[in-house]
Design a protein around this ligand. Structure first.
Ligand code: SF4
Length: 359
């Protein structure tokens, strides 16, 4: 299958050769433009000389999206900046369902600038905040995360994307999160047009590959809808990120392997794995509080993440392996606040079993 790549199995990856390592170090240490001028330098999106995205394994065999971006942009510190474009979701506003997915509380991921109607104000505020938090930033990816950012009149999407990336200083790319059932051909055309001008990632929620589970969590679409949207977007050369969840009720013990194999068979570049955590003001709140739903144990989740990862292709990268929520709405999985502790556990498990599974 064209999307499978086993070239590195059974031998050291290219980065481990001395020549490549030296070339990479020299390239990273090269004289650099000031942050504000990076956009022009990254316009071509070329990887560093001699290196490809597939030659950069992450720490402990984890292929991190951060490293993928480093090869695409030639810069180590590209940050995603959350913007709220004001879209709703068809699973909330009644066009497909009401009440949303059973785990969804959008307060968990609406950016703080949501009260700002103006995108540029959100952008400037976000840039300042990210620069305060990180010692170095080489460029920003505008990230439309909350709700379904292609749900609404086509003209509205056109107006949102037409001035990008040039109207947002230091914007080196755009990431658009949406549902697979909000992607007709006209929408894909608008996104493909943006992808001609800058780096674009389309982030689609799958959550589970089982229709029975998708019905249970009131997702409002089937797994085939996701697969179809992925194939149509990939046919237009739009880069894709898939969002899946581990720990959903009714999944079955083999969920990590199933999901890993499912994603490996699709033209998906990056994956976000989300632990199920129960939040207030969601449909899962009451069953959880009355004991009908078990809390997701950290060790069990870490083992599931490793089992999923081991089925991915070598050219697929991980954008996220753990997600948290604000303290005041988080009811379960309190360990999700300790990302470093979780990553340490994941590192130990991956070191014990670093190799991908034969596809
Ligand atoms: S599709 Fe996304 S925004 Fe809509 S209800 Fe589900 S999780 Fe929430």
């Amino acid at each position: 299958m064209a999307w499978h790549d086993h070239r590195h199995r059974g031998r050291p990856s290219a980065i481990h050769s001395k020549a490549n390592a030296a070339r990479m170090l020299a390239w990273l240490a090269r004289p650099r433009p000031k942050d504000g001028r990076l956009m022009a330098a990254t316009a071509t999106l070329l990887p560093p000389p001699g290196l490809t995205t597939e030659s950069l394994p992450g720490p402990w065999g984890l292929r991190s999206y951060r490293q993928y971006l480093a090869t695409r942009f030639g810069a180590q510190h590209i940050r995603k900046l959350c913007l709220h474009a004001g879209f709703s979701c068809p699973n909330i506003d009644g066009s497909r369902g009401q009440g949303g997915c059973v785990f969804c509380n959008n307060a968990g991921f609406v950016p703080k600038g949501r009260e700002l109607p103006d995108l540029r104000q959100q952008w400037d505020r976000g840039r300042s905040a990210l620069r305060r938090r990180h010692r170095r930033v080489d460029g920003f990816i505008a990230y439309f995360q909350a709700f379904s950012n292609t749900h609404g009149p086509l003209d509205r999407l056109r107006r949102l994307l037409a001035p990008l990336p040039q109207d947002l200083p230091e914007c080196v790319g755009v990431s658009i999160s949406t549902r697979p059932d909000c992607l007709d051909e006209a929408v894909l055309e608008v996104i493909a047009d943006l992808a001609q001008r800058c780096f674009v990632t389309l982030e689609l929620g799958l959550q589970s590959d089982r229709d029975r589970v998708l019905r249970l969590v009131r997702r409002g679409h089937a797994a085939a809808c996701f697969d179809d949207a992925v194939q149509r977007a990939a046919a237009r050369d739009i880069e894709l990120c898939a969002h899946v969840m581990l720990g959903l009720p009714g999944e079955g013990e083999d969920a990590p392997e199933r999901l890993g194999r499912h994603l490996a068979a699709l033209p998906v570049r990056s994956i976000k794995i989300h632990n199920l955590h129960i939040m207030r003001h969601t449909a899962l709140e009451r069953p959880f509080l009355r004991g009908a739903l078990a809390d997701l144990d950290r060790h069990r989740y870490a083992a599931m993440v490793v089992r999923l990862i081991r089925h991915l292709r070598p050219d697929q990268y991980l954008q996220r392996v753990i997600a948290d929520a604000p303290d005041d709405i988080l009811l379960s999985a309190p360990w999700c606040h300790d990302k470093q502790g979780f990553l340490a556990e994941l590192r130990d498990l991956l070191q014990a079993a670093p190799e991908p599974i034969e596809q």
